[in-house]
Design a protein around this ligand. Structure first.
Ligand code: PEP
Length: 248
């Protein structure tokens, strides 16, 4: 099965209105990209980002959503609100949310169902800490997170998994190519046993953690790597352009 690669940028808590120029620059540089391109700006910029990307194939995503569609949840944002602001995707279970907000895989699964109900594609993040890797528990940790975070009913159209080793995020360190392949193969195997081989073969599995223009092509060429979820190197169009090109 051919899976179209996805270059996804996670701006995290970065970006004021001046950052919209980066989306405009990507829109102009990639009128017809040979991969899917997604930017997940902070929620404050989502609607304006949709205007900046209008007429292009750049897609926009949120970085989290609440499990409820609306209600008394001060400070939270629902999947329907993200969709209404122009998002087609939402990142869920990022390790920074798992660590900073105590999000469990069970909660990530409920958020994924909320995202689907609003018509969004969920990018479900999993990954081991350095201590877990050192203890030889990487495959067990990651596949358990996949099994528990991806709810029943997952299909390729609505589900992306991002493997992001916690120790590689923002550190400039990456696993070896063999280590990345080993984990991606295990994730696809876990999806196959949880759903079916057909479903597992269709779901894109992104690698995230210190992806840069200089290492993206090598990583994206690895078996079972279907693109990247990129933090720091997605903030500037000039950097992210190199990553998009590596995914094309
Ligand atoms: C991320 O936080 O999703 C990420 C991969 O960050 P970075 O690319 O900066 O390591």
């Amino acid at each position: 099965m051919t899976r179209r690669k996805l270059a996804a940028g996670n701006w995290k808590m970065n970006g004021l209105r001046t950052a919209l120029a980066e989306i405009e620059a990507l829109r102009d540089a990639f009128p017809d990209p040979g991969c899917d391109v997604l930017i997940c700006p902070p929620a404050t910029l989502l609607a304006q980002s949709a205007l900046a990307a209008a007429g292009s194939s750049i897609r926009l995503g949120g970085q989290d959503c609440h499990v409820a569609a609306s209600g008394a949840h001060t400070g939270d944002i629902s999947a329907a609100m993200l969709s209404d602001s122009g998002a087609t995707h939402v990142i869920l279970g990022h390790s920074e949310r798992r660590a900073d907000h105590g999000e469990s895989s069970a909660l990530v699964a409920r958020k994924t169902e909320a995202a689907w109900a609003a018509g969004l594609t969920a990018i479900i993040c999993v990954g081991e800490t350095e201590a877990e890797r050192d203890a030889g528990r990487t495959l067990d940790i990651v596949t358990t997170q996949v099994i528990e975070s991806v709810p029943d009913g997952a299909i390729a159209l609505t589900t992306v998994v991002a493997y992001e080793p916690v120790w590689a995020i923002g550190t400039g360190r990456t696993p070896t190519n063999a280590e990345i392949e080993e984990v991606h193969t295990a994730i696809r195997g876990a999806l196959a046993s949880r759903f079916s081989t057909d479903v597992a073969e269709g779901i894109r599995i992104l690698y995230g953690g210190s992806v840069k223009p200089g290492n993206a092509a090598e990583i994206f060429a690895l078996r079972d790597v279907d693109g990247g979820l990129v933090g720091g190197a997605s903030l500037k169009a000039s950097d992210f352009a190199g990553i998009i090109r590596a995914a094309e």
